[in-house]
Write a protein of this length. Structure first.
Lengths: 332, 269
């Protein structure tokens, strides 16, 4: 096309089209390049974050592995010197005496006895407290009561220990004259009070998560409040309730301060909660506080006891997984 | 039943065939009034639809009919609902007894996370039914047109059913306690068209022996299934009122109130 008589070679329709195409391609190329640079920066940032997260996860995994390794190796040494049959069947635990016996039974029975008493207190009370908080109390009142209950969980366990020894035991001695100063009963009762908020709080959360529509469905069928709670809300939140129970049991089995202070330090096989006994954790404390030299058989006993404790909690956790899968009611 | 004549808010029906008589019914949520002064008569063995735009208080009104508001903290009901000479809101009337006789189907299917069988048997068990539970469950499932689909998996979890099946299960669950009245709160709003049609067919079948009150935002549904239609609307103050109540044909063919006409022709809502 000619303008002002000057022939404009470049300005043919075909050239114009080519120019437009070239410009578009250049634009795409630049955008892509910019995008790629941005992409690279983003990829680096992502991998730094991923790496950091992996490191954090790795630390906890490695710590666990380290603990298991230490427990395992010392336990292995222990069982090279003491037969596992004796460990499981002997009824005496006297590693510090001249006549040594290595039967775990007295310690294990003491731990299970005190935990059972604690669970007998905390399960019914905790479940009832959760039902009251979630279903019966007006929301405003529940909001006041729940934090108060949770303060119980914040009390240091050493305080609970002295509470058991100096308050609960003298109180119980008025009714049970032959109750010893150190005894399983008051330690168990106080431990139950200690884990009560754990059970109540977690169970309440599980119940609050049950959709309101399920409650309304039950009401509309002529169910009473009690029936709604026991036949709909509790079954639907059972997985959470069982989980809170198991967590509470693990807490009780591993609890140390209360049993050290209020339950005594004499390992003897008995099923009478009015007498003193030594729990597994209390034995570990006793040895680690003493001057037992590293590498001796006495030193290795605490690892054997620790491994036993570890296995008990692990079995409890596995049990809870199975229970959950069996009884779970999934809702939408 | 003889052909009813209409007033603005009352349908004149022969005595003895009244299922519910609402008298100056008002509902509050806390300080806010949601529904004002509703008076109407719901005839027996028929389908009454309550229509109106969102927020006009239709579900609130429905939930007042089986005293479900008693379970909601902060909700308050004034007025009367009469059934066979008994005021459902009299201090001596037990709300559990009311709900035992007036069943309810909800907007979203809400089966219990239990087996199909236990869902239907739930109402029987809480009402202390002594007899053949399995037989009653089968009867209820047949009445809800679900039996053939679930008879081989009665002990499977109810949540494995499809949405439409779940809603029919909820209907079976409500029917199992042998209520006289069924309240349905937008029972098809979460369902696809095929499932909706099945529920509508079922409603027509059930209307032969039950009184059904259905809340729906779907005018086609109201015109398809109901015998009577009530139109509700919330005014400037956001308080729902009953605008017009008449046999469904009249509401849709010759509405008397300008606002009803605007709504059914799609000018408002």
């Amino acid at each position: 096309m000619a303008m002002d008589g000057v022939p404009d070679v470049a300005y043919t329709p075909e050239a114009a089209r080519l120019a437009v195409v070239a410009e578009r391609q250049e634009r795409i190329r630049r955008t892509l390049q910019g995008g790629l640079a941005q992409d690279r920066r983003r990829r680096i940032r992502e991998s730094v974050i991923t790496g950091g997260l992996f490191l954090a996860a790795a630390i906890s995994v490695l710590t666990t592995a380290g603990i298991i390794y230490t427990l395992g190796i010392e336990t292995f040494h222990f069982f090279q010197r003491v037969s596992i049959v004796d460990f499981l069947t002997d009824t005496q635990w006297t590693p510090l005496f001249t006549e040594k016996h290595f039967g775990i039974a007295p310690l294990a029975v003491a731990t299970l006895l005190v935990s059972s008493i604690a669970m007998l207190v905390s399960l019914p009370l905790g479940l009832l407290a959760a039902i009251g908080l979630a279903e019966y109390l007006p929301l405003r009142l529940a909001r006041v009561i729940k934090p108060i209950l949770e303060i119980l969980a914040g009390v240091p366990t050493v305080v609970y220990g002295y509470f058991a020894l100096l308050f609960v035991t003298p109180l119980l001695q008025r009714f049970i004259p032959n109750l010893q100063v150190f005894n399983v009963l008051s330690a168990g009762l106080v431990m139950g009070i200690m884990i009560l908020p754990l059970v109540a709080s977690l169970s309440q959360d599980a119940m609050l998560a049950v959709p309101q529509s399920l409650r309304e469905a039950a009401y509309a069928l002529g169910a009473t409040k009690l029936e709604v709670v026991w036949r709909v809300v509790v079954p639907a939140s059972l997985s959470g309730i069982v989980a809170s129970f198991i967590l509470a049991v693990s807490r009780a089995v591993g609890e140390t301060m209360i049993v050290v202070i209020a339950m005594g330090n004499t390992p003897r096989l008995s099923f009478n909660p009015l007498e003193q006994m030594q729990a597994m954790t209390a034995y570990i404390v006793q040895i680690s506080l003493g001057d037992t030299p590293h590498g001796t058989l006495e030193y290795q006993t605490i690892f054997a006891v620790g491994t036993t404790l570890f296995l008990i909690t692990m079995v409890l956790n596995l049990l809870s997984f199975r229970l959950l899968r069996r009884f779970r009611e999934i809702y939408q | 039943m003889t052909a009813p004549t209409t007033e603005r808010r009352h349908i004149v029906v022969p005595p003895g065939s009244v299922a519910l008589r609402l008298e100056n019914l008002s509902v509050w949520y806390g300080a806010h009034q949601a529904v004002r002064d509703i008076s109407m008569v719901i005839p027996e063995r028929s389908i009454t639809a309550i229509i109106g735009p969102s927020g006009c208080g239709k579900s609130t009104l429905l939930r007042a009919l089986n005293r479900l508001h008693d379970t909601t903290p902060g909700a308050r009901v004034a007025g009367h609902v009469w059934r066979n000479g008994i005021d459902l809101y009299a201090p001596t009337t037990d709300p559990v007894w009311v709900r035992r006789h007036i069943g309810m189907i909800f907007q979203r299917p809400n089966p219990f996370p239990k087996s199909i069988f236990d869902n239907v048997a739930f109402g029987l068990r809480v009402n202390g039914y002594r007899g053949n539970v399995a037989e009653q469950v089968e009867q209820a499932l047949r009445a809800a047109a679900l039996w053939d689909e679930v008879k081989d998996k009665l002990h499977a979890n109810a949540l494995a059913l499809s949405g439409g099946q779940q809603q029919r299960l909820c209907i079976a669950r409500a029917l199992a306690v042998k209520p006289e009245i069924l309240l349905m709160d937008e029972p098809c709003s979460a369902l696809d068209p095929v499932a909706t049609m099945r529920i509508e067919d079922l409603m027509r079948e059930l209307a032969k022996s039950y009184t059904i009150v259905i809340v729906t935002h779907n005018m086609q549904q109201a015109s398809r299934v109901s015998d009577y239609t009530a139109f509700m609307l919330a005014g400037e103050d956001r308080i729902g009122e009953l605008i017009e109540y008449a046999p469904t044909r009249e509401i849709f063919i010759r509405p008397r109130d300008r606002r009803t006409e605007d709504y059914i022709t799609g000018r408002i809502g």
